[in-house]
Design a protein around this ligand. Structure first.
Ligand code: ATP
Length: 357
């Protein structure tokens, strides 16, 4: 299966510059997720790869082939949209067959492919129904089936699960990943949901305002975010950010003075980022990982089950920590608690540029 390469791709709509000099390499057979806030240019990127829009400048290659000037049908890609886009008056069978018939494929071959795909997607009993007689999840499966039968070089998914309810969405994520393992087809998947990106992508591309902020594995994106935007976008509850200064190997800010061993000689205004799961009750973290303890007032405890989100007030700042349920009996709302940060999991960003220090 070929990979995809975008070289200095820009897209303007009139005066609006939607994508700026995008360079992106998508490996053969990978499952790459484009994620970012609304309007950042994800869908436009996908439509450029599909050939549904033309680039303003730059090149797009699928495998070794420069497809920049090719029509969509010459690119051999299949796209699945959020709104399944099925033909309402046709049966499931005819919907899936449609693209193959347009290519004048032999009916026996069409039938063979449809039965294969129907078995793969659990659509076998639904082939005679019309889309109006299917649930949302079943309709999305038909749309996916229609993409698979074409045996494309590349799958493009544009928020395919957004119209499904939460439980079905989680089930379909797993199904899509299994399908990807089975078929091995290079896939580009667009979502604005950071959790979907983290769980599905073997590579994640975080975009903002028409630019790529970071490309990496889910672990790289989560544990080494390249800048403040990525750090804030990924993770729920979001990363805590403290404003302050680094001086003499210690962070000072939000009423804290925390010596940070191994921080080197950097000095100046910084933002200290700490994920909620990296704030611990003093005494519950291995001593060699724990920062100096500090005190904070317990404001709200929200129990999720095995864990709780605890909101603490710190001089002028609010912080959220994820605390194990069994540690909660030491905490009371409106009293002080002693906390430590995990030294190995701190993030420092330059206060001016937002870049990781
Ligand atoms: P969302 O998650 O909301 O779909 P997105 O990241 O997919 O967002 P795009 O749909 O790629 O974003 O749009 C990027 C920007 O380009 C937006 O500001 C949008 O308004 C603009 N845009 C997209 N298509 C057109 C168009 N045909 N004409 C003018 N502007 C457009």
């Amino acid at each position: 299966m070929p990979g995809v390469r975008l070289e200095k791709v820009s897209k303007r709509f009139g005066e609006v510059r939607t994508l700026r000099d995008i360079d992106l390499e998508i490996a053969d057979g990978s499952f790459t997720v484009l994620v970012g806030p609304s309007g950042c240019g994800k869908t436009t990127t996908l439509r450029l790869v599909a050939g549904l829009e033309t680039v303003s400048s730059g090149r797009i290659l699928i495998g070794e082939r420069d497809v920049t000037a090719l029509e969509p049908r010459e690119r051999n890609v299949a796209m699945v949209f959020q709104n399944y886009a099925l033909y309402p008056h046709m049966t499931v069978y005819d919907n899936i067959a449609f693209g193959l018939r347009a290519k004048r494929m032999d009916e026996a071959e069409i039938r063979r492919r449809i039965l294969d795909v129907a078995a793969m997607l659990g659509l076998g009993d639904l082939l005679a129904r019309r889309p109006g007689e299917l649930s949302g999840g079943q309709q999305q499966r038909v749309a996916i089936g229609r993409a698979i039968v074409r045996e494309p070089n590349l799958f493009l998914f544009d928020e395919p699960l957004s119209n499904l309810d939460a439980k079905l969405r989680i089930g379909m994520r797993t199904e899509l990943l299994k399908l990807h393992r089975e078929l091995g087809t290079t896939t580009i998947y667009v979502t604005h949901d950071q959790e979907e990106a983290m769980t599905m992508g073997d590579r994640i591309v975080v975009m903002e305002a028409g630019e790529i902020r970071q490309t990496g594995t889910p672990r790289e994106i989560y544990f080494r975010p390249a800048d403040l935007m990525v750090a804030r976008f990924v993770g729920s509850p979001p990363m805590n950010i403290f404003e302050g200064r680094l001086e003499g190997g210690a962070f000072e800010g939000a009423g804290l003075r925390l010596p940070l061993p191994g921080i080197g000689s950097f000095a100046g205004r910084v933002l200290l980022g700490v994920r909620p799961e990296d704030i611990h009750l003093a005494g519950t973290l291995e001593p060699e990982r724990a920062s100096a303890p500090f005190s904070a007032r317990v404001e709200v405890i929200e129990l999720l089950g095995a864990r709780a989100i605890v909101t603490f007030a710190l001089e002028g700042a609010e912080i959220k920590a994820v605390v194990e349920e069994r540690q909660l009996d030491t905490l009371r709302e409106d009293t002080d608690a002693s906390l430590v940060l995990d030294h190995h999991r701190l993030h420092l960003f330059d206060a001016e540029s937002g870049e990781r220090v």
